[in-house]
Design a binder for this molecule. Sequence first.
Ligand SMILES: [Zn+2]
Length: 237
Amino acid sequence: MAGEELIKRWDAYLSKLKDRYSEILAQAEEPLKEVIENLQYDNVIIINIKTGLHNQTVLQLYQKAEEGWEKMQAEIYKTGNIGLIKQEAAKLAIFRDSLETEFARFETELFARAARKILENVKQHINEKQIHRCTQCAADLPINIYSFMAVNIKCDSCGAVNTYQPDDRIRALEYYVIEPLAEEYALEEKLRRGKDKAAEKEYFKKYYTYLMDNVPEKRESYKRTLDERLNNPFFSQ
Ligand SMILES: [Zn+2]
């Protein structure tokens, strides 16, 4: 078979695997919708589903691509056009990159969808009026939904000191809700970070800024982590 013919075949093979990738995720959409609809206060089931889909798509399809490449390489070798091998091998690397990038996007969006549902549930099931009001005079206390830590707050109206004790569902918002939403907010930078040092820093800045803006109580702690990541060469490798 001539080199040109082989290239065509190889391109078609990779393109079929790409189609298969889209097909698998498209088929997963309906069941996923239902799973998200039934989430309560954590996303553990989503983690399991994600792992399964990652196996079916990124891992298995890349394995097929490698197997295809083995055969293709042997065929190209027979044509004597050895230069073609390097040229066509590059397509295997590009294919792997595109699978990984697209899956990272899918995964981030999936966890963000789950996060919005969990937040909605928490908001529905906690009585914000009760937990965010002064126990003495019922004035509003400056506590937002993302208050994960126990704090003592002096009421502006009557001066009583209230101990605010978030329940487990609220504590879990940090891990199940606000972090996935921050990942979504910084998604484009996150996807570029592997290839672009500047994007890596932009990603950290966007991610932690989102956390700082939404969780003022933990601002200092997020700020410290951000500074560490930006300045520590180990983290920015
Ligand atoms: Zn009060």
